[in-house]
Design a binder for this molecule. Structure first.
Ligand code: GLY
Length: 356
């Protein structure tokens, strides 16, 4: 078992992250260590409930089951969770638990942050993407017709309980979408300013096959490295005033890919990988990096055999990227590589992207 701590300045916002591979039936007991009240409302993904509902042991009366898919991260489901919380009579001492991937975690966290001005919230991420990224750091929210995550809050959970047994039943595509975020960390590692040198790039090169084979010990270590990098960033900049923006590496273009394909054709991780490739091309065009670093990045990405995404017309992509919440005054914000495992923020005009 690995115990980590997200040590945010304000003490009451700090929380533990537990990574283990104990039997899934022990999760309920672990949750009890972090609840104060008498009631819990469990928001759980349909897939996870089908596979693990009985083993997890939550009562049907304390559960809301959400269908899977980004389209479920909507206002209607947000209202549904709140309605259930009122019907159950949840008080300010009670807790909302998210059991699922990023969609469940984000929407349940947003509901927890608004119900009675905020009640306790615990994350039990069940996908690799949620383990290494969305369950840590307190970003919560829902999508609107104007774009992804446009309603939300920064709201830290009371605990994150990761059980790697859930990862065994992820299909290849779901697993790889998480690897998309893992690969992101390797290109931003030095900029995360972590006290310890974790050397994710070496770890990936040495263990690519074992990672793809879902070797349990290697996955635990991989999750630990990624979370340590994320903790380092979130501790220094909880609300994305500056440093945290580096976690958006690959996301400006990646989000536009998701939008242009109506969030249906590619997974988030696949789109982020395409965004990372775009960022490298752009960095070469702007002379920020040596071409050899781009080739090196291509090789790292190739190790995981991500689904290939074609190039979409740059003019259309620029239009979409200008609508992103990170864009302002007609400029688009990009996180771009500047050296091995280092990135920086750049605000560019649409014209600077033409030809890519
Ligand atoms: N997923 C990016 C962040 O948590 O800031």
């Amino acid at each position: 078992m690995i115990n980590l701590l997200v040590n945010i300045d304000e003490k009451e916002k700090s929380y533990p992250i537990i990574i283990n591979n104990n039997d899934i039936s022990t999760i309920k007991e672990k949750i009890n260590n972090y609840t104060r009240g008498t009631k819990i409302l469990v928001v759980i993904s349909q897939k996870v409930d089908k596979l693990y509902g009985k083993t997890l042991g939550f009562c049907n009366s304390e559960k809301i089951i959400l269908k899977d898919g980004e389209q479920e991260k909507n206002f209607k489901n947000f209202q549904k969770i709140l309605k259930k919380a009122f019907e159950m009579g949840l008080t300010r001492k009670d807790t909302i638990i998210a059991v699922g991937g990023g969609v469940v975690g984000d929407i349940a966290g947003f509901a927890a942050s608004t119900y009675m001005r905020g009640i306790d919230f615990i994350q039990v991420p069940t996908t690799l993407l949620a383990c290494v990224d969305s369950s840590v750091g307190g970003k919560t929210g829902i999508d609107t017709s104007f774009g992804k995550n446009l309603l939300g809050s920064f709201y830290q959970p009371k605990a994150v309980i990761i059980n790697t047994n859930f990862l065994k039943t992820l299909d290849d595509r779901q697993f790889k979408t998480g690897l998309g975020e893992v690969v992101k960390y390797t290109f931003i590692e030095k900029s995360c300013r972590c006290d310890e040198e974790l050397n994710l790039t070496n770890f990936l090169s040495e263990n690519a096959e074992k990672i793809l084979g879902k070797n349990e010990q290697i996955l635990e270590k991989l999750i630990e490295i990624c979370i340590n990098l994320k903790i380092s960033v979130v501790r220094q900049d909880e609300k994305e005033g500056g440093l945290r923006k580096i976690l958006n590496f690959g996301h400006t273009y990646g989000h536009a890919i998701e939008k242009i394909t109506n969030y249906k054709k590619y997974t988030h991780g696949e789109a982020v990988v395409k965004g990372i490739e775009f960022a490298f091309k752009l960095a070469v065009k702007k002379n920020l990096i040596d071409i050899n670093y781009k080739y090196f990045a291509d090789d790292v990405i190739k190790m995981f055999n991500f689904k290939k995404i074609p190039d979409y017309p740059i003019e259309k992509m620029i239009k979409i990227m200008k609508m992103d919440k990170k864009a302002d005054f007609d400029k688009i914000t990009f996180i771009l590589p500047t050296d091995y495992s280092q990135v920086d923020e750049f605000r560019l005009s649409g014209e600077e992207l033409l030809g890519l």
